[in-house]
Design a protein around this ligand. Sequence first.
Ligand SMILES: [Zn+2]
Ligand SMILES: [Zn+2]
Length: 131
Amino acid sequence: MGEIEYKSETREEWEERASKSFEVRLEQDFLFLSGPCPRCGDHMLYRQPLIGWAGIERMTQEETQSFWERVKAEGAEKAWHILDSLFPSGVGQIMTKRSFTMFCTCTVHHDKTPEGKKGCGAYWALTATGR
Ligand SMILES: [Zn+2]
Ligand SMILES: [Zn+2]
């Protein structure tokens, strides 16, 4: 897909597309998301530190594990719903950050890629919803 030129842009539908097509994997303190970039279609891997989701560190290791196992099974877009069901008393309330920005990290060289950049320039939000 090298014919797509690098361009820093985002589109609303990419968020939805990515939340459906990306596979989520938990490894140590990182969330790995892999799948096709919604803009260029190249396979990419994105690494998100869990610490970026404020509040996660307040859970015990066991709680964190069961939470992410359910996220993996049910999909990242259900993360907030899962949290609520695991913690009816409202641990979810203390988590203030519900989304993070992902950007294309594909290794294909796209035309007009600026020095030091990678991917095709696409970025989008991955938001946990479902309350
Ligand atoms: Zn690409
Ligand atoms: Zn891309």
